[in-house]
Design a protein around this ligand. Structure first.
Ligand SMILES: Cc1ncc(COP(=O)(O)O)c(C=O)c1O
Length: 346
């Protein structure tokens, strides 16, 4: 059986006529009174009194240029978090379907699933953070398989050949590769495999390397059938106009250059931090994103030391990560300050 997105989708979506927003219907004329908008624009931003396009073309085209993925294979969302939720709502039947994840990993796959009463098959990465053998059997029932690459919070990567094998080995399941941190290791991206695999979805965000976490802008990259189904579920206006403008600017040539310079600097600072951590931690996982995970013998003492010095890092309640702390990369001044505190760890 070849991949069929419609067969995987929630059946009620196949006949659903998406909400016909005034923007979608469009029209021609000078007096626009079809969307109960105000005629007064009280902002410096043009057209802020009007609803935005569902998928602002300037933004989609900019992301298409940046990724080399066709514009019609891109959906802009309110952060990658919304893309995760949209996939679950598009493909999973509450109370019946499941998703699969490989932990320890980003928490929102499971939480998003739980909010829709979708089951989660929680598989575990191997000790060196690779996909476990025979995982396909255990994930056989899953509608969506989420693989975070680079993985948050471990910072590890699964190499591209392994990912391609994973995508190939589940031809009737949607394999979602979350590339939220991919700008920190761009060679690992599988976005170029989209044209080969109809069951592949890639998630991206402007929250990390592009420094726009506050703007809430992410992207879902997929083939036409999946895009068509997701567009039936998405809100009529998911991308606020100011966000589209900011995001398009960040994706200009100048914006991309700036991002790349900052990524290089963060990688430099992060390597420095990781080396320093290696002197005092029980284990440090080589970072591929903009963070490094370290495990400590006396983690509570380290946590207290960080708190006492005003450093807010991330600790975990998950028993697998009970002795771990994740340090996001910071600027030089902050990194030097963190390192001087780390040196105090015995
Ligand atoms: C792996 C991963 N995916 C997705 C997200 C969510 O990104 P966004 O800010 O675009 O919603 C995060 C945020 O930390 C993340 O770590």
């Amino acid at each position: 059986m070849s991949f069929n997105a419609q067969q995987l989708a929630r059946p009620e979506l196949l006949t659903l006529v998406p909400y016909q927003s005034a923007r979608r219907i469009g029209g021609q004329g000078d007096i626009w009174i079809n969307a109960n908008e105000s005629p007064f624009n009280n902002s410096d931003l043009e057209q802020l009194n009007r609803y935005p396009e569902c998928q602002p073309p300037e933004l989609i085209n900019a992301y298409s240029q940046y990724t080399d993925v066709a514009a019609n294979n891109i959906v802009a969302t309110r952060g990658a978090d919304e893309a995760i939720e949209l996939l679950i709502r598009t493909f999973c039947i509450p109370g019946k379907d499941t998703i699969a994840t490989f932990g320890p990993t980003y928490g929102m796959y499971a939480i998003s699933a739980a909010t829709f009463n979708i089951g989660v098959k929680k598989l575990t990465l191997t000790e060196d953070f690779q996909l476990p053998s025979q995982w396909q059997q255990q994930a056989a029932e899953a509608k969506l398989v989420f693989i975070c690459n680079p993985n948050n919070p471990t910072g590890s990567v699964i190499n591209k050949a392994q990912l391609e094998q994973a995508i190939q080995s589940m031809p009737n399941t949607i394999v979602v590769i979350d590339e939220a941190y991919i700008e920190f290791c761009p060679a690992q991206s599988v976005a170029d495999l989209l044209s080969l695999y109809p069951n592949l979805v890639v998630l991206r965000t402007l929250s990390k390397a592009f420094s726009l976490a506050g703007a809430r802008c992410g992207f879902l990259l997929a083939n036409d059938d999946i895009i068509d189904l997701v567009m039936r579920v998405i809100a009529p206006y998911p991308v606020p106009l100011p966000v589209a403008e900011l995001a398009s600017k960040a994706l200009s040539k100048t914006g991309i250059n700036l991002m790349q310079q900052q990524v290089a600097e963060l990688n430099r600072q992060g390597q420095k931090l990781a080396q320093e951590l290696a002197n005092v931690a029980a284990k440090v996982i080589a970072p591929n994103g903009n963070f490094v995970l370290a495990k400590f013998k006396q983690v509570d003492l380290v946590k207290q030391l960080l708190i006492d010095n005003g450093i807010v890092a991330r600790a975990y309640s998950d028993p697998v990560l009970a002795d771990a702390i994740r340090f996001s990369f910071a600027n030089k001044q902050q990194t030097d300050a963190i390192i001087s505190v780390i040196k105090q760890i015995e």
